[in-house]
Design a protein around this ligand. Sequence first.
Ligand code: KG4
Ligand code: ZN
Length: 335
Amino acid sequence: MKILAVESSCDETAVAVVEDGRTVLTDCIASQVALHRLYGGVVPEIASRRHCEFISATVKKALLDAGKTIDDVDAVAVTFAPGLIGAVLVGVNFAKGLAYSANKPLVPVHHLRGHIAALYLTHPELKPPFLCLVASGGHSHIVEVQDYTHYHILGHTVDDAAGEAFDKVARTLGLPYPGGPSVANAAKTGDPKAYRLPVPHVEGKYNVSFSGLKTAVLNEVNQAQMKGTDINVPDLAASFQERIAGILAEKLLLAAADNGAKQVCLAGGVAANGRLRQLVNDGAQKLGAKVYLPELKYCGDNGAMIAAQGYYEFKDGNIADLTLNGLPTLAIDYR
Ligand code: KG4
Ligand code: ZN
């Protein structure tokens, strides 16, 4: 079964065709990163307008690259939540028009479920149940993936998402957007022990909090400015990365140990972080759990992950009618 999927929830206009949830026939991304970098972050209004401009051509290119026409596709999937609402609505409306004109079923996909489904593209043998940390620009959840469409949230951030913390710290350090790759790159030559950053206290065994950590980095920069000294950017980037990756890995592994998880996974943009991957890999092996990490190209937003999840949503009977609306927020375990 072939699913064409549209993803437009943030700053990537992405369209893919995936067969049976696992085989990628094409995965096209029109990235807006260079545009938003000028402003130091995603400007929602600009993102929506760019999606409007790029979406038809991206769909056309995806079908062309796959050597298919819309008639060869069995369903149209689309990210309908959560995300920047103006951006989401562009994809939802386009997908509706496409499904309507081609007389195909319309499958609504939750963006974070899509991030988790990216793991199926990299690891065809992976099947639920497994434990997954989904960490992106807007969310940080520790989720028990019970089956392809059933989730149980064990922990979440009580303030900033992990990716958001990377982005804000990058900005504080004068590093370009997106912050995750910039901080990771600067950290390569830094000493992770150079700055002593706090471990934030948080209620809830598997919850995380990054707002205090972000403020601690800002305080280091402000104090240096007041003293007229320079911050060592690689050292501060490395110290921050070590702390945030340490917290995320520790909470995920604690949840894995408590729940006897046999399979431990990472998903979302922050899953591209090398230090986090290393810590989770090492820690899960000690627990005797198998680790599954998404290929780097499937960590960030893409259409293939939405098509992969679209397949499982379709099989579960999750078909929308043409009144489908976009939603800025929606829990991953919605029914
Ligand atoms: O999943 P994603 O592409 O979009 C959202 O759904 O938000 O995640 C984007 C986030 C950004 O905050 C970005 O800075 C972060 O993922 N990110 C990283 C890395 N690459 C991207 N964070 C840490 N290390 C990275 N290598
Ligand atoms: Zn995302």
